[in-house]
Design a protein around this ligand. Structure first.
Ligand code: PLP
Length: 361
């Protein structure tokens, strides 16, 4: 029998989440963000499953886009970080990729290139993230320069908000971030894209021609405070494994490396085939919730590379072979992430290749 660690991916839930995302802006378009291997869910399978519904996909870079072409995907694929060297432009044009342009050198390289096919370019503008993008002052000139390039057939203006969930940032509301954009771009004839998942779920004023949902497709709520929309998201990844050994430890005895957990009472320990080399975070605190045969218990002791240990004292029926769920449909990845000092995005993208993905269609 194979090692029981597996990430079960429910493709129907991803499809339902995509439909929910699309429903917020029925007059606009919604592309599916499948960068970072579809947030760990398997980009090829996810994109193939969404190919009926999504007209455009988005990834971080050309390598990810080429992998999707190899998997048979025919739609346009937007490169959210753009190109890193001018040599990519020819492939971008040939393959029907769309590219972001976020700084002047890229614009110059594009202006100098001779391309067999015209491109769709997403002009990135910095509205306060201060990571990538033209400043609002430079943006109109960049936009007009792009429009004047014969091998640019379409320009979409994009900004990625630093605080798309403005409940935590009263000083930087979404409308005030959007207001950083020159008014020039609010002309309805200019295609605009502002909203990621958090903005789609909570900021009607950020909905424009194009929406860019990522994390919500995978069923995780990115909002600091869930709302009625985010409550209908369906988690797509269930990370699970099985108990492979059990034992009793006596009061005063410790469990695992460094003896972080010391038993205060007689404790029944379950050892599970799941460790940080599978992507379960080593930062997981004492008491991180886990389900065993659907019942809640908790992590005890440090996570090791290939194993971790649980408290089974109150679960007398649990034994070798019991199913363990780390996050998924019955245990929110957000709740687990909070015990690991991280976010669900990090948990999902951290699941390593050692963990086979199985798919529910
Ligand atoms: C990753 C990314 C998204 C998706 O963000 P989520 O928070 O996962 O919805 C949207 N836009 C850009 C530019 C991105 O890099």
């Amino acid at each position: 029998m194979a090692r029981p660690a597996v990430a079960e991916i429910n493709l129907k839930n991803i499809q339902a989440n995509f439909k929910l995302a699309s429903s917020f802006a029925p007059a606009g378009k919604t592309l599916a963000v499948v960068k970072a291997n579809a947030y760990g869910h398997g980009a090829a399978r996810v994109a193939q499953h969404l190919a009926q519904d999504a007209e455009v996909f988005a990834v971080a870079c050309i390598e990810e886009a080429l992998a999707l072409r190899k998997a048979g995907l025919q739609q346009p694929i937007l490169l959210l970080e753009g190109f890193f060297e001018a040599a990519e432009l020819e492939v971008i044009a040939q393959e029907g990729f769309w590219t972001a342009v976020h700084r002047q050198e890229q614009l110059d390289q594009l202006a100098r290139s001779v391309l067999a096919k015209p491109l769709c370019v997403w002009l990135k503008i910095d509205t306060g993230m201060h990571r990538l993008g033209f400043s609002p002052e430079q943006a109109i000139k960049a936009y007009n320069d792009l429009l004047n390039m014969p091998h640019v057939k379409q320009v979409v203006v994009m900004s990625h908000l630093a605080n798309a969930d403005d409940s935590l940032a009263p000083g930087a509301s979404v409308p005030s971030q959007v207001a950083q954009l020159p008014e020039f771009f609010l002309n309805p004839g200019i295609e605009l894209s502002i909203a990621n998942s958090a903005a789609i779920l909570s900021q009607p004023t950020a909905l424009r021609h194009w929406q860019r949902p990522g994390i919500m497709l995978y069923g995780s709520c990115p909002l600091a405070i869930a709302n009625q929309h985010s409550n209908s998201l369906r988690p797509a990844m269930t990370l699970k494994s099985q108990v492979i050994a059990t034992r009793w430890v006596e009061p005063g005895e410790s469990v695992g490396y460094g003896g972080r957990f010391v038993a205060e009472r007689r404790t029944r320990v379950g050892t599970v085939a799941m460790g940080y080399a599978d992507g379960y975070p080593r930062q997981a605190a004492e008491g991180t919730p886990v389900l065993v045969d659907g019942q809640r218990t908790q992590l005890i002791g440090r996570v090791s590379m290939d194993m971790l240990t649980l408290d089974l004292t109150n679960l007398p029926d649990a034994d070798v072979g019991s199913e363990v769920e780390f996050w998924g449909e019955k245990l929110s990845a957000n709740e687990v992430a909070a015990h690991c000092d991280t976010i669900a995005y990090h948990l999902f993208t951290g699941v390593t290749d050692r963990v086979p993905r199985t798919y529910i269609e």
